[in-house]
Write a protein that binds this ligand. Structure first.
Ligand SMILES: *[C@@H]1O[C@H](CO)[C@@H](O)[C@H](O)[C@H]1NC(C)=O
Ligand SMILES: *[C@@H]1O[C@H](CO)[C@@H](O)[C@H](O)[C@H]1NC(C)=O
Length: 199
C-alpha cells in the first residue's frame, strides 16, 4: 500500500466515520490476522484481567507528538511498511493486531505492533525500530468501540481505573498504560479498542 493510498483512505474514513461507525465486541481482525493469545483469569464489570505469555513487539523509537491519534497513524504507517518488507532482510511478514500506543505522561509516544509467532525468534531488523520482549504479564483491559479520539483516552483510562477500584489490582501501579487498536485506520465497521493497564 503506498503512503498516498494510506493517507487517502484515512482521510475518507474520518469523514465517513461519524455516519457509519458501529461498535464491535470481538475483534473480527483476530479471525483474519494473528493476535497475541491470552487467558482470561478474572472477569468483572466493564473489565477483565488477562494473562499474556511473553508477547513480542516491534516498536518505534519514542517520538514527540501531543496527539496519541496522530502519533499512532504515523507509527502504524512505518510498522505497515515494516511488515510489507521495509526492513534489513527485505522480509515480508504477516500483518497482525493489535497496534498499541503507550499513553505516557509527557508527549513522547512509542507505537508497537505484535510480532507473529513464526517470526518471534528472529524478527526482521530495522535501524529505526526495536524488538521488545515482554515477560509473562497480567493486563487489565477495558474494551470500547468507535474511532479512538484523544479526548476519549483520558475518560476511558479513568473508567478502567474506577472499575478496578474495589479489586486487588487497585493496590498495584501499572508498569505502563496502552491504547490497543484492532483495526486499520480506514476500517469503518466493527472497530475494537482497548485500554490496557500492564502489570
Ligand atoms: C504529530 O503527528 C502528525 C501526524 O504525523 C503531524 O502532522 C504533526 O505535525 C505532529 N505534531 C508534532 C507536535 O510533532
Ligand atoms: C487510579 O486511581 C487511584 C486512586 O484514586 C489514583 O491514585 C491513580 O493515580 C489512578 N490511576 C490512573 C492511571 O488514573
Amino acid at each position: 500500500m503506498s503512503a498516498t493510498t494510506f493517507q487517502f483512505l484515512v482521510l475518507w474514513s474520518f469523514i465517513l466515520a461519524p455516519f457509519l461507525s458501529v461498535e464491535g465486541k470481538i475483534p473480527e481482525s483476530c479471525k483474519k490476522n494473528e493476535c497475541p493469545t491470552y487467558d482470561v483469569t478474572e472477569m468483572g464489570k466493564d473489565y477483565e484481567i488477562r494473562s499474556y505469555n511473553s508477547p513480542v513487539w516491534i516498536s518505534t523509537s519514542p517520538f514527540q507528538n501531543n496527539s496519541l491519534v496522530d502519533a499512532t497513524l504515523y507509527g502504524l504507517a512505518r510498522l505497515i511498511n515494516y511488515v510489507e518488507g521495509k526492513n534489513k532482510e527485505k522480509k515480508v511478514i504477516k500483518m497482525t493486531f493489535p497496534v498499541i500506543s503507550e499513553v505516557s505522561k509527557g508527549n513522547s509516544i512509542v507505537v508497537s505492533l505484535y510480532v507473529p509467532k513464526a517470526n518471534q525468534e528472529n524478527p526482521p531488523s530495522a535501524d529505526d525500530l526495536k524488538v521488545q520482549r515482554w515477560k509473562a504479564s497480567y493486563i487489565a483491559v477495558r474494551q470500547y468501540g468507535r474511532f479512538v479520539k484523544d479526548s476519549d483516552v483520558k475518560t476511558e483510562v479513568a473508567a478502567l481505573n474506577a472499575s478496578l477500584a474495589a479489586t486487588k489490582w487497585a493496590a498495584k501501579t501499572p508498569n505502563a498504560i496502552f491504547v490497543a487498536q484492532y483495526n486499520f485506520p480506514f476500517e469503518l465497521y466493527n472497530r475494537v479498542n482497548e485500554i490496557w493497564f500492564l502489570y
